[in-house]
Design a protein around this ligand. Structure first.
Ligand SMILES: [Fe+2]
Length: 434
């Protein structure tokens, strides 16, 4: 069973996370220190549940994708019986990387070095000149190394590199309602991530992307040029301080910006979340939703729209796109984005693709702004004073709902504080205690 190397006891004692992460402020070194970064890869990404792939990315037997979790390259395959597996992307012979491309389709996997060949479920099925190996060499014991745990929810597949600890369901906790909210916009309750991923290198720490993804404060300023230039981005334009939208902390580091509430209070327009498309242009989709959920519930879903959320630590359900964050170093990350296609909503999917092209990626109108701000912030926190980053906006004004979710106004930093609380517990004591 593979596990990441634990950090030394000495380092664990040096890093005092109760000091570095306080309720209204966090220390600037959290974005720059390589020892902290190494511990994050181990404690958060390897020992916790990380998103790896969505089942719709591997529609056919023989499909594979390669994904990074923490420092580890993982190989996700769909075998000849349709089962999905996650193995380490490492030949069991001399250790070469088995798959060098990000995705593909193969009947079997052959190592480029000495052509050891594996089935898609990880068994070693071919060794050139096998008779030269000594007695006792057993192919059945030389398959690919499987990750310790794998589980899925709503088609989203997660991996955990250690055998013990919380289940995926415990980790997701109340945040399953966010995934359910997205799937519930499909008349058959399923999404597809098959348009391909836009890959965007960000010169900022991965946690800055997490913080920004559920930040309701920055949009009018950081994205000011977009708001002036393109009035169809209604979901951005509507982020006003007095809006009914709330930021929410679901616990376990999961957070969201709940636009649904704002849209439902307006209660008269479907599809504001698409930039205000006329429902008459989506007749088959609207009818399919009514047939699936009934008139009133379909209307509620089509007014409320998708979640805008960040699931700890690496996946954001960002309305009609999914964003995945891959840490590269303390000062660099890769951000992957992919439009969400709803099964049974082909009329809408074409528009979703166009909107994502306009908003996402290095040439988009939206994410490029966030990338630049992330870079400026990374450069700024490299300066040693004033040491702390302030995250106190809205403290003391938060509302704790009967279901345990904490919420506050759109522009409050409740979502960032929710992320950091879980981060502190995880980094101080390990995933098991968090
Ligand atoms: Fe932004």
């Amino acid at each position: 069973m593979a596990t990441a190397p634990a950090l030394s006891r000495q380092l664990a004692e040096q890093l005092d996370f109760a000091h570095l992460v306080q309720d209204g402020r966090v220390h600037g070194s959290l974005y720059t220190n390589p020892e902290i970064y190494a511990r994050e890869m181990d404690y958060i990404f390897h020992r916790g549940w990380s998103f790896v792939a969505h089942e719709s990315e591997l529609p056919n037997n023989g499909d594979f994708v390669v994904r990074k979790v923490g420092t580890q390259s993982l190989l996700v395959t769909r075998d000849n019986k349709g089962e999905i597996h996650i193995h380490y992307n490492r030949c069991s012979h001399r250790g070469a990387v088995l798959c060098q491309t990000n995705s593909g389709h193969r009947p079997r996997l052959t190592c480029p070095y000495h052509a050891w060949t594996f089935s898609l479920d990880g068994r070693l099925i071919g060794v050139p000149d096998e008779e030269a190996y000594p007695e006792g060499f057993n192919k059945a014991e030389a398959g690919l190394a499987r990750v310790a745990r794998m589980d899925s929810y709503g088609g989203f597949i997660f991996a955990n590199l250690v055998p013990n600890g919380k289940t995926l369901r415990d980790h997701l906790g109340r945040a399953t309602e966010l995934i359910d909210g997205l799937l519930g916009l499909s008349p058959v309750g399923r999404i597809k991530l098959n348009a391909g991923w836009i890959k965007h290198k960000m010169r900022s720490n991965w946690k800055m992307i997490v913080e920004n993804q559920v930040d309701g404060y920055h949009a009018p300023m950081t994205h000011g040029s977009l708001l002036k230039a393109n009035q169809t981005f209604a979901t951005v334009r509507d982020r006003k301080p007095k809006s009914a939208t709330r930021v929410r902390d679901f616990g376990n580091g999961h957070t969201d910006i709940d636009h649904t509430r704002d849209y439902l209070e307006a209660n008269d327009r479907l599809f504001r979340w698409t930039g205000g498309i006329d429902p008459a242009r989506l007749p088959k989709y609207v009818q399919a939703m009514k047939d699936a959920y009934g008139e009133d519930e379909a209307r509620r879903r089509l007014i409320g729209g998708p979640p805008h959320s960040m699931l700890f630590p690496n996946i954001s359900l960002a309305e009609m796109n999914i964003m995945v964050i891959e840490p590269v170093s303390p000062t660099q990350s890769i951000q992957y984005t992919c439009p969400v296609f709803l099964e049974g909503a082909e009329e809408l999917n074409a528009r979703t693709l166009r909107r994502c092209e306009g908003a996402l990626g290095p040439a988009g109108f939206l994410i490029a702004d966030d990338a630049e701000i992330g870079e400026l912030t990374q450069m700024g926190v490299a300066n040693l004073e004033p040491e702390w980053v302030n995250l106190s906006r809205g403290m003391g004004k938060e509302e704790i709902l009967p279901n345990g979710i904490t919420q506050a106004g759109l522009m409050d930093e409740t979502s960032q504080r929710g992320f950091w609380r879980h981060y502190r517990a995880t980094m101080a004591e390990g995933q098991e205690a968090a």
